[in-house]
Design a protein around this ligand. Structure first.
Ligand code: ADP
Length: 809
């Protein structure tokens, strides 16, 4: 008699379900399982196989096990290894666990049989069942088509079987289902329902497999493509290496991309550069285009995109640095300190652009260097002298062979920071011609409204210049294009007096040059007398550039003497200079000491400082011709005409032959014919020379003059008084006639100059002539003529150190 419930050892299965009538082999390792098997083997070889809900549970309790399992027959137990046995079982009847009453040393439960619901023959043969069976067959065929690891014979069994209950169990055992699905098949006692359930699961499984297949084929095709690419690339590399080209194309592109990403650029710029990298990737390695793109990328990536130096905005510190580096230059230093103060108060404000104007060697460049130091900005210099092409400023398009970015971008790149101090030298020498106007490009650079997105033709991407500080230098403002000049604040730096030069030499130039020549303080001593003589006799300049060069020459000589062991210490006094410098001193006085007829010292102002400018006039019998020589500009020629007309209206006053313009030829000459001269301020000098030549009255010695003249004899104000008077002093002149309107400018003139010179303000030509000409003596006509016709000998002409351009008066 069959018991409805009975006690039986339990084997908990992990990830496995055993169905009735199925033969299954599996390994067992858990001691409780092995113990359960032993007990079963000792008795009737029957064991209850039930699946545990979680695979991970090591010692399952009642709640960890499903309730329905199979009471199975153990056909064989094999010891595989120490602590592991292989069991072969044959699935028996379905049974339900009523209670798990023992958990040690093995699980034992009280189970009850779970009988199958008997279906009638008629039902099993019904079309419904038939349809279900066919559906199963179709689904299974589909399934079998998709999986590869189906055990042998399974297919045949499925197609042959007409028993829905068995078929469901068989398939549940052999196709891949989820643990819960299997369990639900096992728990279903109705054969028909069981197979229907199984079909559902199988259909879903088929769908899953279809998806999997689709995905797999996608992945596979992608893989195939990338493999193909890899093979192609490998082939390219082989070809490249056979052609002797580099193989690292890919790595190079990646490296470029990495560098671009690392720069953290704006989106547009980054995209632009990435595009270039892609373009590069499409070019043959050693083509001209790829060289162009590579050069372009290198230039762009070398820009110090996000690098800025921390600006030091401290008025006191700046003042200290400026004072330490430079003697004098009060106005300039003050203005620079003010600029820094404004920035300290409002760091975001738009800075003014300073333009330092003055003769060469007065410290324009070096003060800009100090400013950079004071502000802790990097310094980049670029010279605009002779720049005629707009492309010099803005660059050439990168499509041209050998094209490069413009000087602005290049200078910023050189400075290695985005906020350098950019020193634009010689902005007055900017030219322009058919290749475009560099001034307009420069305007964009300097305009704070536009320069936050400056576009260089080469770079193509906008560069922010708004953090750059600009300082420009020039010798004169006259030739700076007007719109540029409007954007800058001009600071004038004047010539130095000898006394100032002495200070500069002693405190700055000599220590600097000694250091550069490796000389210790004790090794070279240049005494003040020698420095003064250097300044007075061996240089003739407004600044201190030549002076510095002379000092360098002395240092060189000292080096040599020390090394050849002649002395341990070199002391330079005035008398040594001639030998050491290997040059004769300049002649001391430039003007004629003698009182002469028809020769007058004018004063000129050039870009390189003031100069004495002689005017010679000669009167001869003739037919009223006027000859002007000495490389004169139009303004100057007109000025001579005006002086002449002015005298003609005064013939009676000065006892001049009223017919002189008909029967005399007049020649006015300005020596140093090679130097172009222009400007109106020689007017009174010309008038004086003419009057002297026409009347035969001598011009007083030691006098120089400057001033424009009108037809009616008024004397008009002139510019550059400071430079002119210093030139006068240098040349040994004692008295200077200046236009009365210029008297207010005397305040700006150096104390030493003012003390050494006598200034005579003059308002009209009569005052000039009465001051400049020696009194007329009653003389015979014959005497007069003889004197007038003498050839006037040129006096000393100024020696020029720094070749100036147009000599302006
Ligand atoms: P610029 O740019 O005006 O032509 P630089 O700046 O090149 O002149 O000056 C020439 C030399 O003279 C530099 O070595 C500079 O240091 C020195 N110098 C000029 N003025 C002074 C000054 N006031 N104090 C100290 N050194 C000076």
């Amino acid at each position: 008699m069959e018991l409805t419930t009975w006690n039986i050892p339990v084997l908990a299965l992990r990830g496995l379900t055993v169905f009735p009538h199925m033969n299954i082999t599996f390994d067992v390792e858990r001691p409780i399982s092995i113990a359960a098997l032993s007990r079963a083997m000792e008795t009737d070889q029957e064991i209850f196989l039930v699946t545990q809900k979680e695979i991970g549970t090591a010692v399952p309790g009642e709640k960890d096990l499903y309730r329905v399992g199979t009471v199975s027959h153990i056909s064989q137990v094999l010891r595989v290894s120490e602590g592991s046995v292989r069991v072969m079982v044959e699935g028996g009847r379905r049974a339900r666990m009523k209670r798990l009453w023992q958990s040690e040393p093995f699980l034992q439960a009280n189970v009850e049989a779970l009988p199958e619901q008997k279906e009638s023959e008629a039902f099993l043969n019904s079309p419904r069942t038939e349809a279900l069976l066919r559906q199963t067959a179709v689904l299974f065929e589909e399934y079998a088509g998709k999986v590869s690891n189906l055990p042998d014979g399974v297919k045949a069994q499925v197609l042959e079987s007409r028993d829905p209950g068995y078929l469901a169990d068989f398939l549940a055992q052999n196709v891949q289902l989820r643990a819960e699905e299997r369990q639900s098949i096992l728990e279903e006692t109705s054969a028909y329902v069981r197979l229907r359930k199984l079909n559902e699961f199988l259909a879903r499984e088929n769908d899953v497999l279809a998806f999997e297949g689709e995905m797999e084929s996608k992945v596979r095709s992608q893989l195939a493509r990338s493999q193909r690419e890899q093979i192609l690339r490998a082939q390219i590399r082989v070809m490249q290496s056979e052609l002797g080209e580099s193989e690292d194309g890919d790595e190079e592109l990646d490296e470029y991309r990495m560098r671009i990403l690392r720069l953290d650029l704006s989106e547009d710029t980054e995209a632009h550069l990435m595009k270039e990298v892609d373009k590069l990737g499409k070019q043959p390695y050693s083509s001209a285009e790829s060289a162009v793109i590579r050069n372009y990328l290198d230039v762009c990536l070398e820009m110090p995109w996000n690098t800025v130096t921390r600006e030091r905005l401290n008025v006191e510190a700046a003042r200290k640095i400026l004072d330490k580096d430079h003697f004098g230059l009060e106005k300039v230093k003050q203005r620079i300190v003010e600029t820094i103060a404004v920035r300290q108060m409002n760091p975001e404000g738009k800075g003014q652009i300073l333009c330092l104007v003055g003769p060469p060697g007065v410290g324009k460049t070096s003060i800009a260097v100090s400013v950079a130091k004071a502000l802790n900005r990097k310094l980049a210099r670029l010279s605009l002298g002779g720049v005629r092409d707009e492309a010099d400023i803005r660059g050439h398009r990168k499509t041209y062979i050998g094209s490069m970015p413009g000087r602005i971008i290049e200078a910023i790149s050189r400075s290695k920071s985005m906020n350098p101090l950019l020193l634009l030298d010689e902005i007055d020498k900017l030219g322009s011609d058919f290749r475009g106007d560099p001034a307009s490009a420069l305007l964009e650079v300097l305009d704070s409204e536009q320069n936050h997105a400056f576009r260089d033709h080469f770079m193509e991407i906008p560069v922010d210049l708004s953090r750059v500080m600009f300082i420009t230098t020039a010798n004169t403002t006259d030739t700076i294009p007007r719109p540029l000049l409007d954007r800058m604040e001009v600071i004038q730096l004047g010539s130095y007096t000898d006394e100032e030069k002495l200070q500069i030499a002693r405190n700055h130039l000599i220590p600097k040059q000694m250091k550069e020549h490796g000389l210790k303080k004790s090794q070279l001593k240049i005494d003040d007398g020698a420095i003064r003589a250097l300044i007075r006799d061996y240089t003739r300049e407004s600044g201190v550039r030549i002076l510095e060069r002379r000092i360098a020459a002395l240092c060189r000589k000292a080096d040599l003497n020390l090394l050849t062991g002649e002395t341990k210490r070199v002391a330079v006094v005035e008398a040594d200079l001639h030998g050491l410098l290997d040059m004769s001193p300049y002649p001391p006085a430039l003007y004629s000491e003698r009182e002469e007829v028809g020769v007058v010292n004018g004063l000129a102002w050039t870009e390189v400082g003031g100069e004495i400018l002689e005017v010679e006039a000669n009167v001869m019998d003739g037919t009223g011709k006027l000859e002007l020589t000495g490389n004169l500009g139009d303004v100057m020629k007109e000025s001579v005409q005006a002086a002449l007309s002015c005298l003609r209206s005064r013939t009676a006053v000065y006892d001049i032959d009223p017919e002189f313009y008909k029967n005399k030829d007049i020649h006015v000459h300005f020596p140093e014919g090679a130097v172009p001269k222009d400007g109106p301020s020689a007017g009174i000098a010309v008038a004086t020379a003419l009057c002297s030549a026409l009347t035969g009255r001598k011009v007083r010695a030691g006098i120089a003059m400057t001033g424009e003249i009108t037809l009616r004899g008024r004397v008009l104000a002139i510019g550059g008084l400071k430079e002119k008077t210093m030139a006068a002093l240098r040349s040994g002149v004692k008295t200077v006639l200046i236009p009365a309107d210029n008297v207010r400018d005397l305040e700006q003139i150096d104390q030493t100059v003012r003390a050494a010179l006598e200034f005579i303000p003059v308002g009209n030509v009569d005052e000039v002539l009465s001051r400049a000409l020696c009194p007329a003596f009653a003389r015979s006509r014959a005497e007069k003529t003889a004197e007038q016709e003498q050839t006037v000998v040129a006096a000393f002409s100024p020696v020029r150190e720094t070749g100036g351009d147009a000599l302006r008066q």
